[in-house]
Write a protein that binds this ligand. Structure first.
Ligand code: SAM
Length: 185
């Protein structure tokens, strides 16, 4: 199964702490293996995601990078595809037919203003509707389409807790530590 990784551009701790954390949580929940973050380093994002992963499982990673362009270049050199999410891009319906599903996918999401080089470097500039909204919403919808909804069957290994879906209230159970209750993510 091809890899999916997210690159979040231009993190500013003073303004983006929750948004960048939510980008990471959405990436994890909807099938990406990790997130590269450019901008100002922010240890609180690491610690939040570590706590989430310790409780709910999986091997999700977060890495701050000083040169996001290098990440893109390396990704392309190793045969991967780059999709940049922007309201100015092609429609997601069209992108689904164009983006090869058998190649590793780097999904780039911006912050305040994304420099034009990213539009040029990306293999695909993809719009989730041509109205401005949020990188969190754009990423969730894009990953749902890119995985064809496969995130729904995803399992998170070594989880401490798991939710038993229920009509009302919260039903949470401990995962047996000696059993690989959640595997293959
Ligand atoms: C605050 S928005 C800035 C909107 C920006 N003018 C743009 O190009 O989409 C921050 C990020 O959200 C994402 N985003 C917002 N609206 C989007 C849309 N309609 N389609 C795809 N991505 C979107 C983009 O990744 C963008 O860099």
């Amino acid at each position: 199964m091809p890899r999916i990784v997210v690159l979040r551009l231009g993190h500013r701790p003073s303004r983006d702490k929750r948004i960048t954390t939510h980008v990471c949580l959405v990436a994890r929940a909807f099938g990406a293996e990790g997130v590269y973050i450019s901008g100002v380093r922010d240890a609180s994002i690491h610690s939040t995601l570590e706590k989430v992963t310790a409780t709910w499982g999986g091997d999700f990673w977060v890495e701050f990078v000083s040169s996001p362009m290098k990440v893109i270049d390396k990704w392309k050199e190793s045969g991967g595809v780059v999709a940049h999410l922007t309201m100015y891009g092609i429609q997601i319906k069209q992108a689904r037919d164009l983006i090869p599903s058998d190649r590793d996918l780097l999904v780039v999401v911006g912050g305040e203003k994304v420099p034009s080089e990213y539009y040029e470097k990306a293999d695909f500039n993809v719009a989730v509707g041509n109205q401005p909204h949020s990188e969190v919403a754009a990423l969730a919808i894009f990953l749902d389409r890119a995985t064809g909804g496969a995130w729904e069957g995803m399992r998170f290994k070594s989880a401490r807790l798991r939710i038993v879906p229920s009509e009302r209230g919260k039903n949470v159970e401990q995962c047996p530590s000696n059993k690989k209750a959640f595997s293959d993510h």
